[in-house]
Design a protein around this ligand. Structure first.
Ligand SMILES: NC(=O)c1ccc[n+]([C@@H]2O[C@H](COP(=O)([O-])OP(=O)(O)OC[C@H]3O[C@@H](n4cnc5c(N)ncnc54)[C@H](OP(=O)(O)O)[C@@H]3O)[C@@H](O)[C@H]2O)c1
Length: 485
């Protein structure tokens, strides 16, 4: 199966922070891949913007470097690289000062018909100043788009302030808040599976779903970005955004149409229906040293830090569909594998004619985001052979790599999201009220942890987190899935 590529309109994408890490690793390689499949029409431009003084040739040299590292060799045909670099330009702009804005305005005025998008790949303190300058310098038109990415605030108050600052200069329909998890093929397939098939939706409720597990596990620690991470922690860095977005897509009601606001309205309703978290619904952890690699406390350079590198949560959604079905969320650093998945575990059959059924784990729909994106349905079948009626559980596998075939490419989340910005489709982006509602749910428990003054529980690097996270699910008679790639 080969995916269809529908070209977008010609665009000017200005990347503020074009010399930084996110631009190098994700934005530029993603744009190259989309150009390589002819999704970006000629006349489109990628305009780097940062303080560093550089001319166009120097920035092109800089933009070429990450291609070798982050783009598959078979795509790096010399003529494609040339075409890409021809579309790349640069303007030195100081987001916090006056320098460069007039030059940027002149550059954009060369192509007034192009879709204008501004990707703010800079520290969040610069979001407001850049939005303000774009507006006061007349660079942002009513049709321009502005793209921002986490951290979108540190708590509810700062998220509100950031939203207010952006909305002073851009309408909500112009603001694209990226959560790159939403750009993953599998996450969109979760919606397709639920709303394009008659099979699952009748079972998608507390009558048939025993519990749901959402795991985002990382095998790396925080070494190298300890100072940033220690001010944030797993709850702010992962739960408030990525895990809650996955929770929303899993639990939301079917929207009346596949339209940005219809989908986002349903997601906000899920967040608003979440019961407030109690301390007993959460387990926090901090990894300790295992072998020569240091501990969390060593990595952040603060032996007294109480920031969590792991959190497990039992959430309850107080509505008709989900009352009584726990949603367990867990995320952490230095766990046994890098794995992101949603697992919907169904109840056992109400009556069984096979005694072994109770010993089985039951039906489960496993939506795996990484590694090996794909969806698996766990079903019980008869163990083949003449040995009597014994049952085994097997996966019905919908791994996309095999569906797409050897030449099928799964686009990177950023590729899809950037193309959606150009198309003007906000469905996979977070609306301001969603971000605020998520902080409203996470803030009280972060405050409660601080007030309780307790330390996160230690766990071994390379494990599945603190043993207490197993007690959280175990007290309901449930078991976390293994964290294995
Ligand atoms: N890296 C990631 O994987 C990742 C993932 C998710 C979110 N983010 C977020 O994305 C943002 C950028 O992250 P990053 O890792 O790319 O940071 P980074 O490597 O530190 O890059 C920062 C960029 O901002 C530019 N810059 C700094 N001050 C500026 C100013 N006053 N005016 C114009 N440009 C300025 C820098 O270039 P000059 O010094 O030349 O000005 C550089 O290009 C951050 O908010 C981060 O939290 C990053």
């Amino acid at each position: 199966m080969v995916s269809t590529v529908i070209p977008v309109d010609p665009f000017d994408l200005v990347i503020f922070g074009a010399t930084g890490d996110l631009s190098r690793r994700k934005i530029l390689p993603s744009l190259f891949r989309r150009m390589a499949v002819h999704q970006t029409p000629s006349g489109s431009r990628i305009i780097g913007a940062a303080r560093s003084k550089m001319n166009r040739a120097e920035f092109r040299k800089l933009a070429r470097e990450p291609l070798a590292e982050f783009v598959e060799a078979k795509l790096l045909k010399p003529e494609l690289v040339e075409e890409f670099l021809n579309a790349v330009d640069y303007v030195a702009v100081d987001a916090a000062g006056d320098g460069g804005w007039a030059a940027l305005a002149r550059k954009l005025d060369e192509k007034p018909g192009n879709v204008r998008a501004f990707y703010l790949s800079v520290a969040p303190e610069l979001f407001g100043p850049i939005a303000g300058r774009l507006s006061s310098a007349g660079i942002a038109t009513p049709a321009s788009r502005i793209v921002v990415e986490k951290p979108l605030g540190h708590d509810l108050a700062s998220a509100r302030a950031l939203n207010a600052e952006l909305r002073k200069h851009f309408g909500e329909a112009q603001i694209y808040r990226i959560d790159h998890y939403l750009g993953k093929e599998t996450v969109q397939n979760l919606m397709a599976i639920r709303f394009a098939n008659a099979l699952f939706e009748p079972l998608w409720n507390s009558h048939y779903v025993e519990h749901v597990q959402i795991t985002v596990a990382e095998s790396i620690g925080v070494a190298g970005r300890g100072a940033y991470y220690d001010k944030s922690g797993a709850m702010r860095d992962m739960v408030q955004n990525h895990l809650m977005q996955l929770l929303c897509l899993t639990a939301m009601e079917p929207p009346s149409k596949f339209d940005p606001d219809a989908v986002r309205d349903e997601k906000v309703k899920v967040i608003r229906a979440l019961d407030p978290l109690k301390l007993s619904d959460t387990v926090r952890g901090q990894y300790r040293a295992n072998g020569k690699d240091g501990s969390y406390l060593e990595h952040v350079g603060d032996p007294a830090s109480r920031t969590e590198s792991f959190v497990a949560i039992r959430a309850h959604i107080a509505n008709w569909r989900w009352s009584g079905t726990p949603f367990y969320l867990r995320t952490g650093k230095k766990l046994s594998a890098r794995l992101s998945e949603i697992c919907v575990v169904f109840k056992h059959p109400p009556h069984t004619i096979f005694p072994q059924v109770d010993a089985l784990r039951g039906n489960a729909l496993i939506i795996r985001l990484q590694p090996n994106e794909g969806i698996t349905l766990r079903v019980a079948i008869k163990d083949p052979g003449p040995g009597g009626m014994r049952l085994v559980e097997v996966p019905l596998d919908m791994t996309f790599a095999s569906t797409l075939g050897p030449d099928g490419e799964m686009p990177e989340a950023y590729e899809r999201l950037i193309m959606d910005v150009i198309r003007g489709n906000q469905t996979l982006f977070m609306r301001g009220d969603e971000v605020e509602a998520a902080w409203e749910w996470t803030d009280p428990i972060i405050r409660a942890w601080t007030e309780a003054g307790s330390r996160p529980l230690p766990y071994d690097a390379g494990s599945a987190g603190p043993i207490d996270s197993y007690k959280l699910t175990g007290s309901d008679g449930h078991l976390w899935r293994e964290i294995a790639a």
